[in-house]
Design a protein around this ligand. Structure first.
Ligand SMILES: *[C@@H]1O[C@H](CO)[C@@H](O)[C@H](O)[C@H]1NC(C)=O
Ligand SMILES: *[C@@H]1O[C@H](CO)[C@@H](O)[C@H](O)[C@H]1NC(C)=O
Ligand SMILES: *[C@@H]1O[C@H](CO)[C@@H](O)[C@H](O)[C@H]1NC(C)=O
Ligand SMILES: *[C@@H]1O[C@H](CO)[C@@H](O)[C@H](O)[C@H]1NC(C)=O
Ligand SMILES: *[C@@H]1O[C@H](CO)[C@@H](O)[C@H](O)[C@H]1NC(C)=O
Ligand SMILES: *[C@@H]1O[C@H](CO)[C@@H](O)[C@H](O)[C@H]1NC(C)=O
Ligand SMILES: *[C@@H]1O[C@H](CO)[C@@H](O)[C@H](O)[C@H]1NC(C)=O
Length: 502
């Protein structure tokens, strides 16, 4: 019974719908909203007392209620100047549609508007009871951005931008502030007095997007409006690192903390040694007695989305210098002493002879972070014993090394000195015997020429050279140089030293 009456009332409602009603009636909203500069459509359906007859001649007219100016007329020449070229009907009068479209909406286009129909062979009628006014908005509404409240980095998401407008034929241009695949606009839907069109963006959020605004901008003819939503992005840990003191003394204890960035925060941790043994599962890990040999440790941070590990972290263990027992003196071409020092921070090393107030000049080569080789050398030999004294901020250490004595070098040095004295004597003698020619050339120069000129060339040069052949000077130098050959280093340098000694 109830069902029946329902059906009946539905049927009744359908029959009174204007297109079929046998009386003058119209279906229009009392007001619509339009955006200045774009268009607006007044939806309209009218009916008339057709009483079963068919009519073919229709003239539709829209007026403004107050001044009575013609907004639209089937005969377009009758349209008032202010509306000329801006108005049209979007439907067909034969099908009872009288919807009016006004383009390039002006703020003065507020109405009220009313419709009049003139039907050939029937009558003319103005639907004065049903006036429509237009609310002209100067600015568009902000678009609405919607997206899931929580998204996960790396997973595709669809965001929707919803735009209100009044003109489906002139949709705004919508742009997003995020990379992704934008969709075409949806079919405009009615939303109160506005139309509503939505635009999708399919994109992959990253952890960098967390707490950032996802915004869409709708560009209308005259204005651009932007709406946004803040993104809540969940992501697994990254930037995982072991945090600890910059340095720790050997045999002290130290606490390591596993630091990471993630959303939500890490809820569990794991600590691993280099050989992948699990050491602990707390956010911190305590090493009781660190040593210089303590190996690097890494940590893993875990949250609901995944896990990530730090690189292995070596602890900077400080210890005083330890002089390696491989430190020693050796005799090669020189007497060389090396002091191999293991320390952190690196040590400063001083070398002393028996006279501990004077340091010997030395050089050093860094092997790695903790090991440095310090060297002292002298071709003339070193004192019988040398002391290597190493110190850093944690302490000091020293070793006394026995330096092998280089008798040959001392002997050779003495011999060289004697030869130089002899040469001096000979040059003096030559000056007296060979006259001016020989004395015009300084002794030092002769020696250098000699080095560059082979003996053969010398003989080919004739009388000028005879003076030299007569002079034993060149030969003496040659012989002297030959004597010195066994000496390891550069002859010129030795000559310099010898001269310096003279
Ligand atoms: C936008 O995305 C929603 C949800 O994924 C979907 O239902 C709708 O059809 C899409 N609209 C357009 C215009 O692609
Ligand atoms: C793990 O951490 C590294 C370094 O911070 C990062 O580049 C990487 O993206 C992270 N992995 C995952 C799955 O988040
Ligand atoms: C791994 O290293 C730890 C300390 O670094 C050590 O105690 C353990 O014996 C090692 N395990 C294996 C299997 O090598
Ligand atoms: C640490 O302890 C070890 C063993 O007791 C010892 O040999 C070493 O010298 C100590 N290191 C320091 C810096 O005191
Ligand atoms: C240096 O010491 C190590 C032990 O610390 C020992 O095995 C080695 O024989 C020593 N070397 C020398 C040259 O004394
Ligand atoms: C430095 O080098 C020595 C030998 O070359 C090595 O035994 C030592 O482990 C190295 N130390 C570091 C910190 O690399
Ligand atoms: C070397 O260390 C000792 C303690 O180990 C200290 O008494 C001494 O003053 C230090 N010497 C120097 C020169 O720093």
């Amino acid at each position: 019974m109830v069902f029946c009456s329902c059906l009946l009332s539905l049927f009744f409602w359908l029959t009174v719908s204007p297109a079929n009603a046998d009386k003058w009636s119209i279906e229009v909203p009392t007001s619509v909203v339009g955006l200045s500069g774009t268009c607006v459509v007044i939806p309209c359906k009218f009916s008339y007392p057709a009483k079963g007859k068919t009519y073919t001649s229709f003239t539709g007219v829209w007026y403004t209620g107050n001044h009575g100016s013609t907004v639209y007329h089937t005969d377009t020449s009758k349209i008032s100047e202010v509306f000329k070229g801006r108005t049209s009907l979007t439907g067909d009068l034969h099908q009872n549609t009288c919807s009016l479209k006004i383009s390039s909406l002006r703020s003065s286009d507020t109405g009220p508007f009313m419709f009049r129909i003139e039907i050939g062979n029937l009558n003319k009628y103005t639907y004065m009871e049903n006036k429509v006014s237009i609310t002209v908005k100067e600015s568009p509404e902000q678009p609405t951005v919607s997206v899931k409240d929580e998204v996960t980095s790396g997973n595709l998401v669809v965001a929707t931008c919803t735009v209100l407008h009044s003109c489906p034929s002139d949709l705004p241009r919508v742009t997003w502030n995020h990379n992704g695949k934008p969709s075409n606009p949806s079919q405009p839907q009615n939303h109160g007095q506005w139309k509503l069109t939505s635009y999708n963006l399919t994109f992959t959020p990253s952890r960098e997007d967390h707490d950032k605004k996802l915004s869409c901008s709708a560009e209308f003819r005259e204005k651009t409006v932007t709406g946004f939503k803040r993104l809540e992005v969940k992501y697994p840990p990254y930037d995982v690192s072991v945090e600890t003191k910059p340095s720790v003394k050997e045999n002290d204890s130290v606490e390591l903390t596993c630091s990471s960035k993630s959303n939500p925060p890490a809820n569990s941790y794991q600590w691993f040694s280099l050989n992948a043994t699990l050491l602990g599962e707390r956010p911190t890990y305590k090493l009781e007695r660190v040593s210089r040999h303590t190996e690097a440790i890494s940590c893993t941070a875990i949250n609901t989305l995944g896990r990530n590990s730090s690189s292995p972290q070596k602890i900077n263990v400080l210890y005083p210098p330890e002089i390696k027992n491989e430190s020693s003196c050796q005799f090669a071409s020189f007497t060389v002493c090396v002091c191999i020092v293991d320390s952190n921070p690196p040590s400063e090393v001083k070398w002393f002879g028996p006279d501990s107030s004077r340091t010997l000049p030395s050089s050093s080569i860094k092997q790695n972070e903790s090991l440095t080789i310090f060297t002292v050398q002298n071709w003339l030999g070193l004192p019988d014993t040398v002391q290597c004294f190493a110190s850093n901020s944690l302490g000091n250490s020293s070793i006394t090394l026995v330096a092998p004595q280089n008798g040959i070098i001392i002997y050779t040095a003495v011999a060289a000195a004697i030869v130089v004295v002899l040469v001096g004597v000979l040059v003096y003698a030559l000056r007296r015997h060979c006259g001016n020619r020989a004395t015009q050339q300084p002794v030092r120069k002769n020696e250098q020429n000699e080095m560059k000129t082979t003996p053969k060339n010398k003989e080919e040069k004739g009388s000028d050279e005879d003076a030299y052949t007569n002079c034993p000077e060149g030969r003496v130098y040659d012989n002297w140089r030959c004597d010195m050959r066994p000496l390891p280093s550069d002859c010129a340098l030795e000559d310099d030293s010898v001269y310096a000694n003279v």
